[in-house]
Structures are given as C-alpha cells and as structure tokens.
Design a protein around this ligand. Structure first.
Ligand SMILES: [Mg+2]
Length: 364
C-alpha cells in the first residue's frame, strides 16, 4: 500500500505573502527546510501529492499564465533535487462559490484515493492552515500543521517544516500485517524507531517471553496477536509468527535507504550467542545450537530454528546464529537478545548516509 503525503503549497512549500497570490517570480520564495524535508519524505518511501487552493485562478486578477510561470519554477527546482509529485491538484474557486473541491473538501483527490490503495494509517496532510487539518480529518489521514499555535486535532504541530518532515519519516517506519491461513491467524504491528514496548500473545508462554526480549532489546515497539492450531502442536504458530514478524519489519524498512544493513552481536549469559545479520533482501539461515531438552515451558526447542527460518524468509535477511552453553532456557534467551541487539543496529538509519542505499547494486 502507498504511504502518501498530501502537501499544501502556499505557506508550506513557498512563502505566502499575507494571503496574497504568488503571481510573479519576484514573489517566489521557498520556506527554509522544505527541500531537505521533501527529499527526506521521498527517501523514506512516501508518494507526494500537491493539493492547493488558488483563489480565483483563471480570472483577470489571477491569470492562469501567471500561476503557471511560478508553478513551473517550483516544480523544476524540486525535480532537480529528485522531488516529484505523483499528482498535483488545484482548486481555482473562491470560498463563496461553494465548490466541491476546495479544501477542506476532498473533491480534488477523490478519484486518486479510489484509484490507489492508500495506507491511511501512514499517510499525512502537511499544511499550515486549519483547513489542511480538516482536510486530513476528512480523508482519514494524519494532519501535520505548521504553526506556532497549538492544534489538538493535528497529529503533530511545529513551525519548522523540516522538523515536520522528520516526524513523518520517523512515523513512517511502522507497518502492520495480518496473515490468515487454515492453520493460523497472525496480526503484527511494528514501529522500528520505538522504545521497546510490546504487547504479545501467541498462546505459548515461553515464546511470548522470547518475543518480548526481541522487542525490548531491539527498541522496536511490537504488537503480536497470534491464534494458531495449538491443539495440533506449536509448530505452525511459532513458524508463522516468524514469517509475519519478518514481513512486517521488512515493510516498515521501506526502501531501506540509509540503514546500517549489517550487524553483529554477541552478548553473554552463561550461554554465549553470536548473531550476524545482513538485511540483504535474500533469505538464508545458518543455525548452530544444540539443545538438550525437548521443551522449555510449552515451547519445543526445535522450533527456535524454525522461527528464525520463517523470520528470515519474511524479512529477506541472511542470519548466522551460533550459541553454546549449559542451560537451554538461557541459550534461547541469549539468541533472542542477540538477534534483537543486532536488528537494532541493522535497521538504524545513519543520518550521514540517509539518502544512500547501502548496496553497490542499487537494490536491497
Ligand atoms: Mg497553505
């Protein structure tokens, strides 16, 4: 599904001289931070749509030609920075005309919304006015308002447009995924730049405990609700949870620009686990750990490897996992903690290389 930012023009991309038309190049001035901000949104996997009210466009007071001159300049400058809009829609009417398209009404984007599968939970309106916030509410997406004032109806309020775009980019690294088969129903929600909060219920106590370790030590916020055919055994539930969790993290990674990609971890209990991860887009697992017990709690120990095979498949990751030790509970816990710490590094965005994909192939 597409994550979209509907961007207002006047007062958001360019300065709006006290409610006046920007009908000549002399009046054209970009808002500081907007170019960096829009680039960040594009690099974070967002599709941009420009939505603007231009009062009386096409009249003698505001000729189409004057608008087109300014608009063309804006678009060509942004294009030079690899910032493009998938769609641009303009309402030319006055408030008094009571048209269907003037923001906060949604007439301008109705056909766009119908044509594309939009992830409304991860889409935004970015604008400076109350009508932009109302427009977001009418579309069912989040509102980000550029103002010094308070606006409780907006998801985030700031006068700084780059700060606004940074907020959206952080928020973007979230994903939800639900998978239902004849054997299991698994619903997962992941926020990569979280605080390690979790809500996990798979019906297998020890497995829940391990997934909580994964969330806490990776600093991702993770919600997992799994209902599986536990009356048969634990296998489908554990493996499918791995697949869906991996897929959800992959989705949240977006285009993977700026991520560290590689990570290594080797924390110690009495058990030593060593984990290396490469978010390469390809799935491979080397698992080297011998368990003595058949189960820890309700969880068969052989399913630890199956979980990580499913996880790597869903995530598109290469994982090397080795663990030695005496106590099987400790060994499994050391593995989950190590994977968590490695993941935390691998998904981390390095601000120096934010717009680069860590691959010479240009694809991950
Ligand atoms: Mg505006």
């Amino acid at each position: 599904m597409k994550k979209v930012v509907f961007v207002d023009r006047d007062g958001t991309i360019i300065r709006e001289p006290a409610g006046k038309q920007i009908d000549s190049l002399e009046k054209l001035e970009f808002i500081p931070g907007i170019i960096r901000g829009l680039k960040l949104l594009v690099d974070s996997g967002f599709t941009l749509v420009m939505v603007s009210n231009q009062d009386g466009l096409g009249t003698k007071q505001y000729p189409q030609k004057a608008f087109a001159l300014v608009q063309k300049k804006i678009l060509s400058l942004l294009e030079g920075e690899e910032i493009t809009f998938e769609k641009i829609v303009i309402c030319p009417h006055l408030r008094t005309e009571n048209c269907r398209c003037r923001k906060p009404k949604t007439g301008l984007v109705e056909s766009y919304m119908k044509k594309h599968a939009i992830d409304r939970g991860h889409s935004f309106v970015l604008g400076d006015r109350l009508t932009d916030v109302e427009f977001a509410n009418n579309l069912g997406v989040h509102a980000i308002r550029l103002t010094r004032r308070n606006d409780p109806r907006a998801k985030y309020v700031t006068p700084d447009v780059f700060d606004a775009c940074s907020f959206i980019a952080r928020f973007a690294r979230m994903a939800s995924f639900t998978r239902t088969t004849s054997e299991t129903t698994i619903a997962v929600n992941v926020t990569l730049d979280g605080a390690g909060k979790y809500e996990i219920a798979t019906g297998i106590g020890f497995f829940d405990h391990m997934l909580e370790q994964l969330a806490r030590h990776s600093r991702m916020d993770v919600t997992i609700h799994a209902r599986g055919d536990l009356h048969i055994d634990e296998h489908h539930t554990v493996e499918d949870t791995g697949i869906v969790l991996g897929k959800t993290i992959r989705e949240a990674l977006g285009r993977k620009k700026g991520i560290q990609r590689f990570a290594f971890a080797a924390p110690l209990d009495e058990a030593l686990a060593e984990v290396s991860i490469d978010l390469s887009g390809r799935s491979y697992v080397s698992f080297d750990c011998k368990f003595i017990r058949e189960r820890v709690g309700e969880m068969p120990t052989e399913l630890v490897e199956d979980f990580f095979r499913g996880f790597a498949d869903g995530l598109g990751a290469t994982m090397h996992i080795r663990c030695s030790g005496r106590n099987d509970h400790h060994k499994i816990e050391a593995i989950f903690k190590s994977v968590a710490v490695a993941l935390r590094s691998a998904v981390h965005i390095d601000s120096r290389t934010r717009s680069f994909l860590p691959s010479t192939k240009g694809l991950l």
